[in-house]
Design a protein around this ligand. Structure first.
Ligand code: PMT
Length: 402
């Protein structure tokens, strides 16, 4: 009974996937959750309140007041009652209303007054899910701090095939359980994350850099913060910022600045994750003026940058955990394992440029994880926030006591 005592408010909207809310309700109740349900008016076309009331053993609401009894359903009370407001499935229509503060039914009014975490699981057809307005609305909800359970890929009711299926109820249940179990697991712990690219100036207008977007680092920062950690993010220029307001960001440009910011706080940290793509070399001399185009070629002399992970790895205490990344194009495992040892990491995350959808820029990643004690783990191609969860799960399994 992993959800015993937890109050889940389940929102159901008009979608063919609404039938899955019955299975989800049964799974939540089986795990001990107390469930109340709010249906949108169009959800009533797909599943009956009687089905959901029977399975939830609780009330099912769909209007502000019952015209027969005259009883008023207080959306504020519902929002305050819940430990989690889970909307599964959420249609493009309700998603649009949530994103824009439209409040024309009990479900949308409850969303605006809910103080608990909100989790939404979209379900819609292939092209609808890819539409820029739906993507923008999902991004808005994410920015509001809501948790998005991305639609799964497979056969759709329209006969098309692709991303848009409501996440399977069993998978939604896993997210709900992990949401409650992980809530405060890193409370009181300090985590340093380096993320994004570094830029090494050549002259006032040019620099050497790489394609890192900072998406992987920010996903890690958000996931650690979700679990109660105090996150310190040393962030390269132009890299994606995390959503969590509590994360302290140290903006930097060059590898030297990234090292200075990281080493200033390293001794206070419990966990350090080196996700940044740091330039290994920088121009020896930075021209004060823009270099003029002269001749058919030019040579820039480069000198080695400080290796942040290696340098701080030498200072690592037995009570600290260091996690590294490796981005390789060949002999991936060999290079990753050598970096694990050389840089004194407890765990290294290898992403390969050979895997489609993995590494730089993508919203997804596919990783192999190797630990210092010789364990390894391989992931599927997953959104970077799910990869962050997997990495953090492996960090929790390390023998080091922090
Ligand atoms: O930012 P995204 O677009 O989301 O892409 C994510 C990512 C691919 C950048 C990320 O997942 C990743 O792999 N980061 C490390 C890339 C890299 O530079 O790997 P490396 O093999 O060069 O470095 C090995 C480790 O040493 C890394 O942990 C790196 O942060 C660290 N390092 C490297 C050089 C240096 N001078 N200082 C360091 O700290």
């Amino acid at each position: 009974m992993l959800l015993k005592g937890k109050k889940v408010l389940l929102g159901v909207t008009g979608s063919i996937a609404a039938y899955k809310s019955a299975i989800l309700t049964r799974l939540l109740v089986k795990e001990g959750a107390e469930v109340q349900i709010i249906m949108s008016t169009s959800a009533l076309d797909f599943i009956t309140p009687l089905t959901l009331a029977t399975l939830s053993k609780g009330p099912v609401h769909h209007q502000f007041h019952d015209p027969k009894s005259g009883v008023w359903t207080n959306h504020v009370d519902l929002g305050l009652w819940a430990d989690l407001f889970l909307i599964a499935p959420i249609s493009a229509n309700t998603l649009g209303k949530f994103a824009n503060g439209i409040c024309d039914n009990l479900l949308t009014a409850t969303y605006l007054s809910a103080r608990c975490p909100v989790m939404v699981a979209p379900a819609m057809d292939l092209d609808m899910y890819q539409h820029p307005s739906v993507k923008a609305n999902l991004k808005k909800l994410k920015d509001f701090g809501n948790i998005i359970l991305e639609a799964e890929t497979g056969e759709l009711a329209s006969g098309l095939s692709g991303q848009g299926r409501l996440m399977e109820p069993e998978h939604i249940l896993e997210y709900v359980i992990s949401h409650f179990s992980k809530s405060q697991e890193f409370k009181g712990k300090k985590v340093l994350i380096t993320s994004g690219p570094t830029q090494e100036a050549i002259d006032p207008v040019r620099f050497i850099s790489n394609h890192s977007s900072g998406k992987m680092g920010s996903a890690l920062a958000d996931t650690f913060a979700d679990q109660g950690a105090q996150v310190h993010l040393v962030l390269g220029k132009g890299a994606i910022k995390p959503d969590h307001a509590s994360i302290k960001i140290y903006p930097v440009t060059s590898a030297e600045e990234m090292y200075q910011a990281s080493s200033n706080i390293h001794h206070q940290m419990d966990i350090c994750v080196f996700a940044a793509a740091v330039a290994d070399y920088a121009p020896k001399n930075v021209s004060a003026e823009k270099i003029k185009k002269e001749g058919d070629g030019m040579t820039i002399e480069l000198v080695k940058n400080i290796d942040i992970a290696y340098t701080l790895g030498k200072l690592k205490s037995p009570f600290q955990i260091h996690v590294g990344f490796a981005l390789e194009t060949e002999n991936e495992e060999f290079y990753a394992k050598s970096k694990l040892e050389k840089k004194n990491f407890d765990l290294i995350v290898l992403n390969s440029m050979r895997d489609a959808g993995a590494g730089f820029q993508h919203d997804t990643n596919k990783v192999r994880i190797f630990t210092e004690e010789g364990k390894s783990f391989e992931s599927e191609l997953l959104p970077k926030n799910q990869i962050a969860e997997l990495i953090i799960k492996e960090i929790k399994n390390l023998p080091v006591k922090i």
